[in-house]
Design a protein around this ligand. Structure first.
Ligand code: AOF
Ligand code: ZN
Length: 357
């Protein structure tokens, strides 16, 4: 199962809204088949592993990181393939939360006389697919907020300069994160001040996320760097009735402009729903402070990844990592659970999940 999880983890970021899944088939103490789901619409992990195993699948044990599917999606059901191949036993790490499966795959295998064990390395498998697990049930994107801040919680100096808060190792990790999310989102302010490309730049080829700018007043300049590269879409989220001239110009420059409510500011809940409808299953939120604050206040951030650089920049006007009205009492602060801490180069990495209860 560890090997199956390992295979699955290598495909992170390339399966679209689909989960990453690995499968290892073992017979009489030997591995006879290996597989991973590599791309939405193409073979599931079990199919690849069964093909490799051929006749040796008969009487074998299949280790799968996710419950074999029971539905006809873009590909036929895996549980039927396992039954046809006469596998004797299937070990599953965790159940598939997809309402079209949700235990039916396991039931089907058992009905066919196959012995099924569920729960081996379950936590690892669930964690690996946390984005899929949310999206497939809610149809809303899983939002990971990533930020780099100084010890005094600042994203930039009072002048706006932010190159760089964190060190090179932390910055490299950010590009891996971009590869693993379907969308990347920033506020108009960040787009104006930093003029980011928002592409994935690793030492190896990688997948670029769809770029999303929250821009109520359509302030994104036509010269913005992200508009120069048309190979990756740019979505501009705005409000009904924002400047029609600017809207037409942005569209002519290749951006897609999407209305999210009729207020003075983008309704972020509507925004998440509309992005979900477009099957953007995961979003990396890269600030700035106002957008981070608004997203947190609305309970729209699922996970936080923070790089804390051990330095102080100071400045009343220097932007803080979460800007919102705030709470009256420390007891009302939003706590984070499952907090993980690591050293990344000279920085401190902190991960966790906001608990909005
Ligand atoms: C498996 N093995 O390797 C994967 C599974 O429409 P499709 O064919 O792309 O199927 C997608 C659904 O199948 C997905 O939502 C999830 O429930 C399941 N994924 N199941 O048995 C796999 N990737
Ligand atoms: Zn399947």
């Amino acid at each position: 199962m560890r090997l199956a999880l390992d295979l699955a983890s290598k495909a992170k970021g390339q399966t679209d809204i689909n989960p990453v899944v690995g499968c290892v088939i073992v017979r009489e103490g030997r591995i006879v088949g290996l597989g991973a789901h590599l791309r939405r619409g193409e073979g599931h992990a079990e199919v690849h592993a069964l093909r490799m195993a051929g006749d040796e699948a008969e009487g074998a044990t299949a280790y799968v990181t996710l419950e074999p599917c029971s539905h006809h999606g873009r590909t036929p059901p895996c549980c039927e393939r396992l039954i046809e191949a006469k596998v004797a036993r299937v070990v599953v790490a965790c159940k598939d939360p997809n309402p079209q499966v949700a235990g039916r795959g396991i039931d089907r295998l058992r009905e066919a006389g196959i012995s099924v064990d569920v729960g081996l390395l379950e936590r690892e498998s669930m964690l690996m697919n946390e984005m899929f697990n949310k999206f497939i049930v809610t149809r809303l994107p899983f939002v990971t907020m990533k930020s780099a801040m100084t010890l005094d919680g600042k994203l930039a100096a009072k002048t706006g300069d932010s190159r760089y808060v964190s060190g090179p190792q932390a910055r490299e990790m950010v590009h891996t994160l971009r590869h693993r999310h379907m969308g990347i989102m920033v506020g108009a302010e960040t787009a104006l001040v930093d003029d980011p490309e928002l592409t994935t730049r690793l030492s190896v080829p990688a997948v670029h996320p769809i770029r999303i700018v929250v821009d109520s007043r359509l302030r994104l300049p036509l010269e913005a760097r992200m508009l120069q590269d048309r190979s990756v879409p740019v979505l501009v989220l705005t409000v009904e009735g924002s400047d029609p001239g600017k809207r037409a110009a942005l569209e002519a420059a290749g951006a897609e402009v999407i209305d999210c409510g009729g207020g003075s500011r983008v309704d972020l809940k509507i925004a998440m729903r509309k992005l979900g409808e477009r099957e953007i299953g995961s979003i990396l939120l890269e600030g700035g402070g106002k957008l981070n604050g608004a997203m947190l206040e609305l309970g729209l951030i699922d996970k936080l990844l923070l790089f804390v650089a051990p330095k102080v920049i100071g400045g009343q006007a220097a932007p803080g990592v979460f800007q919102f009205d705030g709470f009256e009492k420390m007891a009302h602060a939003i706590p984070f659970r499952d907090v993980q801490v690591e050293r990344i180069g000279s920085d401190i990495f902190l991960g966790g999940y906001p608990d909005y209860e």
